[in-house]
Design a protein around this ligand. Structure first.
Ligand code: NAP
Ligand code: G4F
Length: 325
């Protein structure tokens, strides 16, 4: 019998990469889709797996829909990737962010507890929870949290609820504390894809400028295709646990911009970049860098794609998209 995986956030960035990995491993994959007049399957199409996923309807804000799905699907593994995941929007939509990111996981955990207690649960936790905390320049599983946005705060709640259901009810529930990971199907509002999309348009003469906020922020950027393997590995362990996942190397937004322009042969990138205060945040996370030793040791996980390769992959994919249009 094929194992059953239920993925929330199937239309986002990570959902399709994880679904592809699980399909290759022989899983039957169910993907949660909320009610839309017109759902967008572009990311699943990009990976060529749209017709291989079974779609089920529900919403992270609708407790009963999640109860019903867990009760009827009885999945072996649940990967909770759904979220209002854009940090900047969480400042203006804090309540919505909390409902989806904090209460959504609680609903899923309750559903598992009541209807399918042997189901394993993965929670998409985030390096945003560390926020300002930066003791020796690295963050790992022991670093205290100091979230800097309603998004970060909402994810801290979900992190602890996951730990609590593990400790209180013996549920196999694990947190993946993932640092920023990107790909050609990253949402265009996130800085990496905004840059690679903007650079492609400038190169092809479709745009004249790229408007950005804080160029000094530093992130530990990896490739989403590598990171979903860590999610899968976490649920294959004997015991549930929490793991930091990142490359251990970080770069500034400025370095990302410079390299993206360089990829298309533009060296005087300053000519095109406009600093626009509307893209700065009320509170910033200045510097994130993972110490992922535990993931390496226990999961045997290693990132493959390095920073220059990631930037190149994203710029080339955006150039190709516009050239094909
Ligand atoms: P993403 O591209 O923003 O995808 C999030 C998905 O959540 C979307 O498919 C969205 O559905 C879905 N969603 C939002 N609200 C929902 C609701 N009320 N009901 C059902 N589905 C809902 O995010 P991602 O980059 O793939 O990240 C996956 C997860 O990892 C998120 O939880 C994120 O917070 C976390 N994370 C991401 C990173 C990263 O660097 N990418 C790092 C650490 C943690 P629609 O398509 O319908 O909008
Ligand atoms: O790409 P970002 O929006 O990602 P951010 O805020 O780091 O959050 C992402 O990674 C988290 C993991 O640490 C996830 F949990 C979260 O869901 C999301 O996937 O911004 C990165 C940096 C920030 O410091 C931001 O201030 O880039 C800076 N930035 C500068 N100009 C900009 C811009 N960010 C965006 N989105 N747009 C700009 O114009």
């Amino acid at each position: 019998m094929a194992k059953k995986a239920f993925i929330t956030g199937i239309l986002g960035q990570d959902g399709p990469y994880l679904a592809k990995l699980l399909l290759e491993k022989g899983y039957k994959v169910y993907g949660l889709i909320r009610r839309y007049s017109n759902p967008n399957f572009d990311n699943l199409n990009f990976l060529g797996i749209t017709n291989q996923v079974d779609y089920v309807e529900g919403d992270m804000n609708d407790e009963a829909s999640l109860y019903h799905l867990i009760k009827t699907l009885l999945p072996d593994e649940v990967y909770n990737l759904a979220a209002q995941s854009f940090v900047a929007s969480s400042f203006s939509q804090a309540k919505l962010t909390t409902e989806v990111n904090s209460l959504g996981p609680l609903f899923l955990l309750n559903a598992i507890k009541f209807f399918s207690p042997t189901t394993k649960f993965y929670q998409a936790s985030t390096s945003e929870m560390f926020g300002l905390k930066n003791d020796d320049g690295f963050q790992d599983e022991k670093t205290p949290f100091h979230p800097r946005s309603p998004y970060g705060v909402s994810k801290v709640y979900a992190y602890w609820m996951t730990v609590n259901f593990r400790e209180a009810y013996g549920i196999f529930a694990s947190n993946g504390i993932l640092f920023n990971h990107e790909s050609p199907i990253r949402g265009k509002q996130f800085v990496t894809r905004k840059i690679t999309d903007g650079v492609a348009k400038i190169k092809l003469g479709l745009s004249k400028e790229l408007r950005l906020g804080n160029l000094d922020a530093r992130r530990d950027w990896g490739y989403a295709g590598d990171y979903v393997k860590a999610m899968y590995l976490m649920l294959q362990q004997e015991k549930p646990d929490d793991f930091v996942v990142g490359t251990g190397e970080n770069h500034s937004v400025r370095e990302f911009v410079e390299l993206a322009f360089k990829t298309v042969g533009i060296s005087d990138w300053q000519k095109y970049v406009v600093i626009d205060p509307q893209f700065k945040r009320p509170a910033e996370v200045p510097d994130l860098k993972a110490r992922a030793d535990k993931a390496k040791k226990v999961l045997g996980w290693q990132p493959k794609v390095k920073f220059p390769e990631l930037v190149k992959m994203m710029v080339e994919a955006d150039l190709k998209r516009y050239q094909e249009k």
